[in-house]
Design a protein around this ligand. Structure first.
Ligand code: BTN
Length: 306
């Protein structure tokens, strides 16, 4: 009911009476009064005027009802260990595609290669469960789509010159602004789920992060709405996953890439490969031309720009 009340208040420049909200939702004026009280406790500034209620301010909290149409699939926590854990549990229990777990703070945020992902207040941390109709060897497509959307939205919404570093970091002037990882479960040729965990430095303080990092707030000099960015991301992800146009996305990904055509050093578990990044192939592998003239396809590793 909170989502419906907020949607009525958002959609009206004038105050709306409790009576008329109640009639539209088929409940009593008293029920509306109680819900308004709860919303105020959660930080919404809803003023009472002689002609009814008026919404003056919405907190930037990722409550399910802040995402109309997605409420049933949004799981919000003020604090959790890692959103990856609950998302895995929900995925194994059969939750629908585009179920999301998000938290304001993570106490055990996980990065790629078992690193820690610092997850302080102000950042956007979430895991999306997807159920693509892909074979297991094509699942990298989902994370390429997701990383391109993050970079694209940073540039569209805030005019930030976001660039992509293979395999899926988002950088601004060489500093990391977002990172992501994926978790896949499949049975023979059938993918059960691809969970994508994304951390974006939005309004959080990155001064304590050891590797070079930046945030939207540092770049713009003011806080931004995490909700608006998140809603834009989920809409775009839904649209692009449905379209199944991976090659279109890959070409846009390459266009925003910071890795291609520059000297790179790739560290894998077994070796270090140096050369010039030439291409990203249809499997998401980085093609590196080595000094010897030989090309190498690299599927997994830590990429450093020289
Ligand atoms: C990386 O660049 O190393 C990947 C960072 C991924 C961080 C996100 S935050 C939300 C989700 N939960 C986690 O524990 N990790 C991912």
């Amino acid at each position: 009911m909170k989502a419906q009340i907020l949607s009525i208040l958002r959609g009206s420049a004038e105050a709306v009476s409790g009576e008329s909200i109640g009639t539209r939702l088929g409940v009593s004026r008293v029920a509306i009064f109680k819900q308004i009280g709860k919303l105020r406790e959660l930080g919404y500034n809803i003023v009472s005027t002689p002609s009814g209620y008026q919404l003056r301010y919405e907190p930037d909290t990722l409550f399910p009802w802040a995402f109309p149409g997605r409420e049933d699939r949004m799981h919000y926590f003020p604090e959790t260990g890692s959103t990856m854990e609950l998302a895995r549990k929900l995925a194994r229990e059969g939750c629908p595609s585009l179920t999301v777990v998000t938290a304001d703070i993570q106490t055990r945020g996980r990065g790629r290669l078992d690193r820690l992902w610092q997850s302080e207040e102000g950042g956007l941390y979430f895991t999306v469960v997807t159920r693509p109709r892909l074979t297991p060897d094509a699942c990298h497509q989902v994370i390429f789509v997701a990383s391109w959307i993050v970079a694209f939205l940073l540039s569209e919404m805030y005019a930030i010159d976001a660039r992509l570093k293979w395999p899926n970091d988002v950088l601004v002037q060489g500093k990391k602004i977002a990172g992501m990882l994926s978790e896949i479960e499949a049975e023979s040729d059938q993918v059960l789920y691809v969970n994508i965990g994304i951390g974006i430095n939005m309004n959080n303080d990155v001064s304590g992060v050891t590797s070079p990092a930046t945030s939207v707030k540092t770049i713009l000099g003011s806080r931004v709405s995490r909700r608006d960015f998140f809603a834009g991301f989920l809409d775009a992800l839904e649209k692009h996953l449905g379209k199944e146009d991976f090659f279109g996305v890959l070409s846009r990904w390459k266009h925003m890439s910071d890795t291609l055509h520059r000297p790179v050093r790739i560290v894998t578990l077994k070796e270090t490969i140096e050369g010039v990044a030439e291409d990203i192939d249809a499997d998401g592998a980085l093609v590196v031309r080595q000094k010897s003239g030989k090309s190498r396809r690299i599927v997994y590793g830590d990429c450093f720009h020289a």
